[in-house]
Design a protein around this ligand. Structure first.
Ligand code: ATP
Ligand code: ZN
Length: 303
């Protein structure tokens, strides 16, 4: 891996998870931004081909620290990891060295408080004097403080969900998406400590110089890529008199493009929709006089 770090670097460096839940979606999103890479021998560093933007493949937990140390400029990491490590810095009197730049819409989960199935949950006060196992002690302590509850936080680096069965804790505070892992361990979620998803993390202050320009370019492409994920182009034809009935039925707040069709009174319409178009919406448009209805995915967008 090239050793020139920090200020003199003229290439942008992005850290992503090497393997795990965020690895594949992170690469897919960066590819959608037009980036591609040559994997080098050690397989930890990928040299950017189409743009001077390189990838570093690491454990997700290392990403905030790599940004703080300016080894990397940006990173794709769970909000849970970023918030916990930011809290750790604050708790030890260090200034913030990274922040969330964008939410990325994948890796959704929540950091949840879970108690044994048999508990009749009456509220956070029930945790007073109890032991709670977690890999997120800072976020849990902050939540307990907000709720005014005094409980013992047991820090575990993994297998948090089996702690109650092993007698190490009474409750847990862990990441949940479907809840299946909790259920398999006879636990039930009762409160949310943090809503999380993958985020683009970067330094507190904007990047400057060449890397600042590259980051700006990447952000514009990222915003475009995130926007097109849910965007559809709706196209159809209709007669001019049907227009007043059709316009209120369009599943979009944007004004559609209306074009005359050669040699008649018919119009061709196209509208960008910010979400999937349902069958019900299409059927309603058809009843109001639309024909040749088509819904197309959008490949790219630049505002
Ligand atoms: P690494 O080897 O990189 O340290 P890891 O085991 O810490 O990997 P993963 O299990 O791949 O990490 O999870 C990465 C991120 O995925 C989490 O920090 C979280 O933001 C997100 N995530 C989404 N759903 C879940 C879930 N059900 N359980 C755990 N993490 C989840
Ligand atoms: Zn990890």
């Amino acid at each position: 891996m090239p050793t020139n770090g920090r200020a003199e670097r003229e290439r942008l460096r992005i850290a992503i998870q090497k393997s795990g839940r965020l690895a594949e979606p992170a690469r897919t999103l960066l590819s959608a931004c037009g980036l591609d890479w040559r994997v080098q021998g050690d397989r930890l560093f990928c040299h950017g081909e189409s743009l001077p933007v390189d990838l570093l493949l690491v454990r997700d937990d290392d990403i905030p620290g790599l940004i703080a140390d300016q080894v990397c400029d940006l990173g794709f990491v769970g909000r849970n990891v970023l918030a916990e490590q930011d809290g750790e810095r604050r708790a030890s009197g260090q200034p913030s060295a990274f922040r969330e730049w964008r939410a990325l819409g994948f890796g959704a989960c929540r950091l949840a408080l879970a108690v044994p199935d048999g508990w009749q949950w009456t509220g956070p006060g029930q945790l007073a004097g109890r032991r709670i196992a977690t890999s997120y002690p800072v976020l849990l302590r902050e939540w307990l403080a907000r709720e005014g509850v005094d409980a013992d936080v047991v820090r575990l680096s993994g297998s948090v969900e089996i702690a109650p069965r092993l007698g190490q804790a009474d409750a847990v505070c862990d990441l949940v998406s479907s809840g299946a892992t909790l259920a398999a361990n006879q636990l039930k979620p009762v409160a949310t400590v943090l809503e999380s998803e993958a985020v683009l993390a970067g330094p507190v202050e904007p990047l400057e110089g060449v890397r600042g320009e590259l980051a700006g370019l990447l952000l514009r492409r990222l915003d475009g890529a995130l926007q097109v994920r849910n965007t559809r182009l709706l196209m159809f034809q209709a007669s001019r008199d049907a227009l007043p009935d059709l316009l209120p039925l369009l599943p979009t707040s944007q004004t559609p493009t209306v074009m005359p069709v050669e040699g008649g009174d018919r119009l061709a319409l196209q509208a960008l929709c910010g979400s999937a178009v349902t069958w019900q919406q299409l059927e309603a448009l058809k009843r109001a006089g639309a024909s040749g209805l088509m819904v197309l995915p959008v490949e790219g967008m630049l505002a």
